[in-house]
Design a protein around this ligand. Structure first.
Ligand SMILES: *[C@@H]1O[C@H](CO)[C@@H](O)[C@H](O)[C@H]1NC(C)=O
Ligand SMILES: *[C@@H]1O[C@H](CO)[C@@H](O)[C@H](O)[C@H]1NC(C)=O
Ligand SMILES: *[C@@H]1O[C@H](CO)[C@@H](O)[C@H](O)[C@H]1NC(C)=O
Ligand SMILES: *[C@@H]1O[C@H](CO)[C@@H](O)[C@H](O)[C@H]1NC(C)=O
Ligand SMILES: *[C@@H]1O[C@H](CO)[C@@H](O)[C@H](O)[C@H]1NC(C)=O
Ligand SMILES: *[C@@H]1O[C@H](CO)[C@@H](O)[C@H](O)[C@H]1NC(C)=O
Length: 330
């Protein structure tokens, strides 16, 4: 009798949790889950300390110089292998590339580089920290736009791309600058992964990444809206880091780690990320990706963090892929 009532309670609880999931799902989940915009960029917790300063040569307040109305501004497509202090350009061999945009003013005779990247490097944007006295994983995952004087031709040209793809007016540039500052203030969290149902052409995208190349695509889109024409003579390939899974299951935000009813789930998430904590280097992180791969094959679960909330991904073959694929201008 006792056993049955326990089973019954278990069944009710189970239905109740499933019911919760369903009721959220019945709000008609939109895929891919829209990336959340904030009103303003929150301050970074002092726990997050950059090994390399972010945007060292940019204006500290993110100001972008105003161009003259009659000016002609060249637009450059910039790409180079992600460079790692310890391992050099080895990541170029895997086609893990970094993307940026260059501008050159004919009137002022000056040029500029604009890129969007992690404040605390890729590892910190991909995996969280375990922090003393805090039950929830702790993320140092902000990314931001950096605009600075000069284009280092050699850096981009030698093992990457430096290609002029168009010209815009000074007015267009100034409008673009306002848009960049707003984009920078409202889109603040880096996301490494793109999550899809499968590698095929008709796959459903569950989550879109938010990284340097997405910034470049958004900027191109804005430039086209402003009336620019962009043309490339070479293939425009970009690095994408994919996870493949069935339909993701919503789990909740940091409150998971405060509710005793979610103790097991909290422990599971903590255990999952324990494998991948505190990375200093991109190569260590790539190594972790392969560990993650093993774990995904075995357990077919990935706890995914997006918009400061957790999702459970029922992982599917081929689980994880790094591709360098062509994405045309919007
Ligand atoms: C990643 O974050 C930790 C914690 O703040 C920090 O100690 C480390 O320097 C960061 N790594 C890099 C490469 O910035
Ligand atoms: C973007 O935000 C970061 C972080 O606050 C800041 O350092 C940077 O100057 C801003 N960039 C632009 C172009 O506004
Ligand atoms: C940017 O300006 C520097 C200094 O004038 C020059 O050496 C370089 O070739 C320029 N790069 C581009 C892509 O215009
Ligand atoms: C380009 O690659 C070569 C060979 O891997 C390397 O020696 C060189 O430093 C790289 N150049 C730049 C600018 O990264
Ligand atoms: C994708 O969907 C279209 C239209 O439903 C179909 O014609 C095509 O064969 C599908 N392609 C793949 C790779 O499944
Ligand atoms: C660029 O992307 C295309 C199509 O996605 C692919 O066929 C090609 O191999 C890629 N180029 C490189 C250098 O990987």
């Amino acid at each position: 009798m006792k056993k049955y009532s326990l089973l019954f309670i278990h069944a009710v609880l189970h239905c109740w949790t499933v019911g919760l999931v369903v009721s959220r799902a019945s709000e008609k989940q939109v895929w891919p889950v829209p990336y959340q915009r904030l009103d303003r960029r929150p301050d970074v917790d002092s726990f997050c300390q950059a090994l390399y300063p972010f945007c060292p040569t940019g204006d500290p307040d993110g100001r972008i110089p105003v161009m003259g109305d009659g000016d002609v501004i060249s637009v450059f497509r910039l790409q180079t292998p992600v460079w790692e202090f310890k391992y050099g350009d080895i990541l170029g061999k895997f086609h893990v590339m970094h993307d940026a945009i260059g501008f050159g003013s004919a009137k002022a005779g000056r040029n500029f580089t604009m890129e969007w990247y992690e404040l605390f490097q890729l590892g910190n944007c991909t995996f969280p920290h375990e922090r003393e006295g805090e039950s929830a994983p702790f993320w140092c995952n902000q990314g931001a736009a950096c605009f600075y004087d000069g284009i280092d031709d050699l850096h981009w040209k030698q093992n990457g791309t430096l290609e002029k793809i168009g010209e815009i007016s000074g007015e267009m540039f100034n409008e673009l600058a306002l848009w960049v500052q707003k984009d920078n203030e409202t889109g603040v969290y880096y996301e490494t992964w793109t999550v899809k149902s499968d590698p095929g052409a008709n796959a459903t995208t569950w989550f879109e990444s938010y990284d340097c190349s997405q910034f470049v695509h958004r900027t191109y889109k804005k430039l086209l809206e402003l009336g620019a024409q962009l043309v490339s003579q070479t293939p425009t390939n970009y690095t994408k880091i994919y996870l493949y899974s069935g339909e993701p299951l919503y789990l909740g935000d940091d409150s998971i780690f405060q509710q005793s009813s979610k103790k097991d789930l909290a422990a599971d998430i903590t255990k999952f990320y324990h494998w991948f904590r505190s990375h200093q280097s991109v190569v260590d992180m790539i190594m972790s990706l392969f560990e993650a791969f093993e774990k995904m094959v075995l357990e077919k679960t990935f706890y995914f963090y997006y918009n400061s909330e957790y999702w459970k991904l029922p992982m599917k073959y081929p689980y994880l892929q790094i591709t360098y694929e062509e994405i045309p201008f919007p």
